[in-house]
Design a protein around this ligand. Structure first.
Ligand code: CIR
Length: 234
């Protein structure tokens, strides 16, 4: 098995995107809870501010696009590992247009762009968990086997395993990386459980960020930024 990727968990840049007004009524969602748009915008601004000032990342902010109600969830449009960016083919047709602006931003950051053009492939970044040693790709409503194969081809240095996602939207709807070598997996009380694990990691800070509105349209925190480590590319 490959060792832990150099610089794993360290980032210099984040790509984010604004919230279009169309999110409130038109974003894809599994429940019908009403979204407070103003609150969602405020929460998102606070989130971006944490990336910029608390985490010290250089933030590239893409403008919202009203014709793309889910465009704030940038994680689904690209998978970045080292100096390679895989531009995905999102599973939901209404989200396919989101990749264009993301591709431009990642090109401007001088990453090597690989595009998923195969019409039989679908993949959302929310289904991709990178541990620093290997990839796990959730096979879900949004991501299929062909998508996972193309990801494996794009990141040949790493093993890729698929995981069936039987419930929920994405693989990372119920798990995420808690730190190098630590996968945090939710249960019936996912947030509380994750919190307990994080509290054990002495070197990690806890920065509370509210996400009450975007979660109503199935958006989690990781889905609102694409993180990049440019130092690893020099
Ligand atoms: C969707 O259903 O596609 C959006 N409303 C939410 C996407 C969230 N993406 C993510 O967690 N990676």
């Amino acid at each position: 098995m490959a060792g832990l990727m150099a610089g794993y968990g360290h980032y210099t840049h984040a790509v984010v995107r604004g919230i279009p007004a169309s999110l409130a009524k038109e974003a894809l969602r599994s429940s019908q809870t009403e979204v407070d748009l103003a609150k969602a915008v405020k929460e998102h601004e606070a989130y971006v501010e944490v990336l910029r000032t608390r985490l010290g990342l250089e933030v590239v902010e893409l403008p919202a696009d009203e014709s793309l109600p889910d465009c704030v969830f940038v994680e689904d449009a690209a998978v970045v590992c080292g100096d390679t960016a895989l531009i995905t083919r999102p599973g939901a047709e209404s989200r396919r247009g989101e990749t264009e602006a993301m591709k431009g931003a990642l090109k401007d950051l001088n990453l090597n762009i690989v595009e998923m053009t195969d019409e039989n492939a679908t993949l959302d970044g929310g289904d991709v968990l990178f541990t620093g040693r290997e990839f796990f790709v959730g096979l879900s409503k949004r991501t299929n086997q062909r998508g996972a194969e193309i990801l494996a081809d794009a990141f040949k240095d790493y093993a890729v395993s698929t995981v069936p996602v039987l419930d929920g939207l994405h693989l990372k709807s119920f798990c995420s990386m808690g730190g190098p070598g630590l996968i945090v997996i939710g249960s019936s009380e996912p947030a509380q459980k994750a919190l307990k694990v994080f509290e054990k990691l002495k070197d990690h800070m806890l920065i509370p960020v509210s996400n009450l509105e975007k979660v109503k349209v199935d958006g989690a925190l990781t889905c609102c930024s694409v993180l990049i480590n440019k130092k690893a590319n020099i």
